[in-house]
Design a protein around this ligand. Structure first.
Ligand code: EPU
Length: 421
């Protein structure tokens, strides 16, 4: 039954929440288990729909998967069958592109349907393909599938990316881990989830250095063994709660977070006049009642993350003056704008930037989430707005946030998920 999120806004949030494991780290690590002909135990895997679909894909390919009582996933990929990922599942998420690198690495052959994922305009994979070709693979497209083959195996090489792509960096790491010789990726993505993937693979016996910098070196090894590994906390979930605390004029203690990963979010909130106190693995965000206007430009890590752009939009609507967001990663990340306008926001969009007039009082309205982070933005807007907000498109929000309604209720929000026949 489809559901909606119903919010009666205007209550300042107060209390503590614990951040879940990071979806965008868990996805590449789950698909990386394809390279391990053995058993891995993955802890802190977030219970979100993108992960559930990924597990279904691996299970359909022959992986033996079970869930421990503490939520950890045990996954044995000894008996995988190459090229058997179901198209209808693959096309439901972006992370399924990682099967290309993983299958190619293990079988020297990959057959995977075109991936799906949130729609922000075109999402090319030319850099992934360039990397695979540099390692010796040949590509062909066949009836909705991407087919790769490396008849003579994969050999390490230099790969230079034109853009620091997260997906392409993951895929080349996956393909190169079991290749002969050394692969050097230049202009690699530096996101914390790339470091997490490298740490996981190294725990399985891989030899990867430089993750977290723009030059990553992968010295091929003959085989990987299983391991027990804990996924890092989700910096975007942490950032979402940080902004929600500020937008509602409340305070939230966010636990199980790596403060360094959210530095760009902390910096922007501080610039706006919000109080942010960091300790080892927690962050306290407290509103001072002041919201100064700021300008934001999204950039690859350690710059301001595109995945935090929509969540800042309601905050900028309420700031004391004009603010601007320049989106430099995705062509169209402004699909929340029309919805926020229904709530009283005054926002002008020109190509890849949006200008927020500031000084808007948001009021509740029926709105629809068009993608995952737009959905998070609408929840924040609904919590800050006066009156009743009803959010459709809940399935997008469930792709990436664990128990978001419950977590906000724990912070005192008047929020519930209702069935809508
Ligand atoms: N790009 C190319 N060619 C390529 C690959 C990417 O031109 O071959 C461009 C893209 O068009 C984009 C930029 O490079 O302009 C960055 O794309 P990237 O490959 O880094 O993105 P992605 O791997 O498809 C991941 C996250 C996204 C997040 C982006 C950017 C996952 C599963 N997805 O996507 O997360 O927005 O990195 O940080 O990790 C989300 O979680 O809400 C989400 C959309």
């Amino acid at each position: 039954m489809p559901t909606k999120i119903l919010i009666r806004g205007g209550q300042p949030l107060h209390g503590e929440i614990t951040v879940s494991g990071m979806k965008n780290a868990a996805l590449p690590i789950l698909f990386a288990t394809v390279l391990v002909k053995g058993t891995c135990v993955l802890e802190n895997i977030p219970d979100v729909s993108d992960i559930a679909i990924s597990l279904q894909i691996l299970e359909a390919m022959g992986a033996d998967i079970s869930k421990r009582s503490d939520g950890a996933i045990r996954i044995d990929t000894k008996n995988l069958c190459q090229g058997s990922s179901p198209l209808e599942l693959v096309k439901r998420l972006r992370g399924s592109t990682y099967l290309l690198g993983a299958e190619l690495g293990r079988f020297h052959k990959a057959t995977v349907g075109w991936p799906g994922g949130c729609d922000f305009g075109s999402r090319p994979i030319d850099q992934h393909i360039k990397g695979f070709e540099a390692l010796g693979a040949v590509i062909k497209q066949d009836n909705g599938y991407i087919c790769l083959q490396a008849e003579n195996g994969l050999a390490g090489n230099s790969v230079y990316f034109d853009v620091a792509s997260v997906g392409a960096t993951v895929n080349v790491i996956l393909a190169a881990t079991l290749a002969t010789g050394t692969t050097v990726i230049d202009n690699a993505a530096r996101e914390p989830h790339i470091v997490d993937l490298a740490n996981f693979l190294n725990s399985c016996g891989a030899n990867i250095t430089g993750a977290g910098t723009s030059v990553i070196k992968i010295r091929g090894v003959e085989a990987l063994h299983g391991c027990v590994y804990t996924i890092i906390p989700d910096m975007i979930e942490a950032g979402t709660f940080m902004v929600a605390a500020a937008a509602t004029g409340g305070w939230v203690q966010i636990r199980s977070v790596i403060p360094k990963h959210v530095e760009s979010v902390t910096a922007k909130l501080t610039e706006m006049g919000v109080q942010v106190e960091e300790s080892d693995d927690s962050i306290l965000v407290r509103s001072t009642g002041e919201l100064r206007s700021v300008n934001i430009k999204t950039l690859p890590y350690p710059g301001f993350p595109t995945d935090m752009h929509p969540q800042f939009a309601p905050l900028l609507c309420m700031a004391n003056n004009i603010s601007c967001i320049q989106e430099s990663i995705w062509e169209n990340r402004f699909r929340y704008v029309e919805e926020l306008r229904k709530m009283g926001a005054i926002i002008m969009v020109d190509s890849r930037s949006a200008t927020f007039s500031g000084g808007n009082r948001l009021t509740g309205a029926p709105v629809d989430a068009m993608d995952l982070r737009a959905g998070a933005a609408l929840i924040i807007a609904g919590l800050a707005a006066e009156g009743r907000t009803e959010i459709g498109g809940v399935q997008y929000i469930k792709r990436g946030y664990v128990d978001i309604v419950h977590k906000f209720r724990m912070l005192g929000a008047d929020i519930e998920e209702i069935e809508c026949p």
